[in-house]
Design a protein around this ligand. Structure first.
Ligand code: FES
Ligand code: FES
Length: 160
């Protein structure tokens, strides 16, 4: 008997219906089934944050969530955030502050920061530092990422 289950959710603003195996993670579904490869997968155990997506407004590690848990919920990925302009200030700040080196971690940081800035445009610098320390980056030493998120927060505040 097939284990495949139907699943309906909202993906980057679009009602989406797929079929998935119960043990398929959101990260696997995005990359392998939906061909949305902007969500990168590093540790596959919830540690590195490279796979961060936004579910119902909250940042979530896509490797730790089963796709079937998305039923009726809203999922946003780096592709949707880039398309609707939500991360433009962050993208520009990451380039200006040299916060991208190999780039493997970058989409996770952008999604994590976008969720934080949407939730609190007046987020304090100390909270940004704590936020950034939640994800792993092997290249930048974190300083450029912290500066980039702080700069994007200022830009976002001016626009609020
Ligand atoms: S790949 Fe998901 S947290 Fe590392
Ligand atoms: S830029 Fe290489 S891991 Fe962060």
């Amino acid at each position: 008997m097939s284990q495949i289950r139907p699943l309906s959710f909202r993906l980057n603003g679009v009602d989406t219906s797929v079929t998935v195996e119960p043990r398929r993670t959101v990260a696997e579904m995005l990359r392998s089934d939906l061909r949305l490869s902007g969500t990168t997968v590093g540790c596959e155990q919830g540690s590195c944050g490279s796979c961060t997506v936004i579910v119902d407004g909250e940042p979530v590690r896509a490797c730790t969530l089963f796709a079937v848990q998305l039923e009726g919920r809203e999922l946003r990925t780096i592709e949707g955030l880039a398309r609707d302009g939500s991360i433009q200030a962050l993208q520009e700040a990451f380039v200006e502050e040299d916060a991208v080196q190999c780039g493997f971690c970058t989409s996770g940081f952008l999604v994590l920061a976008a969720a934080a800035l949407e939730s609190d445009p007046f987020i304090e610098d100390e909270a940004i530092d704590a936020l950034v320390s939640a994800n792993l980056c092997r290249c930048t030493g974190y300083g450029p990422i912290r500066r980039a998120v702080r700069k994007a927060a200022k830009t976002t505040r001016r626009a609020t």
